[in-house]
Design a protein around this ligand. Sequence first.
Ligand code: SF4
Length: 494
Amino acid sequence: MFRQSKRITSGRKNFDNYSAKDKNLYVQDGDLLSSVYSQRLNLYDIPPLNEITLEEFETWAIDRLKILIEIESCQLRGRNFKEISAHLKPILAKLLPLTSNSKDSSLLISERKKDHYSHFILRLAFCRSEELRARFVKAETILFKIRYDLLSIQEQKNFVKSIDLPWQFIDNDEKLKFEKQLYDSCYNLIKLNLGASNSNEEIIKKTFENEIFLKVPFKYVLNLVSSRSVFINDGYCYVPQFLQLNLITSEFSQKLDEKLILTMKTIPRLDEDDRLLPVLNNLSNGYVLDEFLTQKGSGSLNRDSDELNASNLNQVSEFMPLCMQNLMYGLKKHNHLKYNGRQQLGRFIKELGLPLNEALLFWKNSLKGLNFEKDYAYNIKHTYGAVGGRIKYRGMNCTNIMNQPKPHSSEYHGCFYKENSIDDIFAKLKMMQMTDEQINQITDSVREGKYQIACTMVLESKCGGKTMPIVTHPNFYFEEAYKYSKDVSANKES
Ligand code: SF4
């Protein structure tokens, strides 16, 4: 897929590091539909070996990343599989479509190629830590399930036939031989599958009679074994066919997890490649969403450099998330903020794009009656990378903010929703003219510990009800709220 070393540049020399077996996997574009891309769905067993451009490498990966982020965002909002699937359908059609077999072949190849390559590129980006691997596997497994669901029945059958999984359907004689054991063991599963309203004894019996069973080595269905939901005989579990998708997806996620660990071990071989590593790092940063830049796309990039300054920062504080509004309030009230608060607000202000001289002016005006030059100026310059180790600090994201030490009574740092009582949050939201229904939804999220969801709901209400990605960075919140208000004013004027 990519060159192992930037020094090797000509022809098929790029594949010198692959084994002879791998080299045999290289397929001409014309043959792809009868081999690697014969099915709409891919289990990603075979790595891509054809070359793509660096631009394709990046843009395909970003499109897939957007989908995975959307899946995560839906999960964080507590949406069920059906809701996630409905939400993802149009996004998939736009970013990563997989047309059915009846369409023209060049379109099929280009779609399946993009899907295939983007999956493997993201493997490179997300194999580096256990947390990233777990999140990637989870999101990819949901994506796989959604796509399986989108296949026609015939396509599902063809797909299952095409994959080499270690199970077999039992015949009628075998079913009759173990009839009682099978019925007893899967009674609850059938009941659950039918749903409470459809599950009288008669229907369960009928469903059992029509059900086909698969024989699966028990190591593949340990979860069903531990919950005693299946009959076991001679090292095999007998699983009803309606659990087939669960079997495929658990195989999919298990294999993907193993492959990611293998990929992680080969990553050092890419260390010399200064074309790919920055792209991969950016991709994984984007997934962690440590950098709000991956979220925003619309805010401060379009702002004039002098639009925000020391004197108007207070006026725009209404567009700040409540954690920052709280710090602005504390600063105004006491003409002072303790260290953690100054760090949180200082880095936020820097990320807004306020130049160092304006930031110094803002802090000088705010920290009244204190020896500003002696006690504080150095620290602010340090945040800007102007003195000391000259590290340019980025704004803190929500995780950093929430992980700070708990604020004492005279401190204002931390996440507003995490550190304040429901009564205080209620009062603040009421002051912001939010409806009782909105406030109830937000405080319910806070009670469940879903602080970022609560914050996102507040942002959505500030942006006229527009659906937003989950807030993971206070600067993202600001950029969206600020931009929305500017757009509304511009529309009024025109
Ligand atoms: S969720 Fe993030 S942006 Fe919102 S208040 Fe908490 S820390 Fe601030």
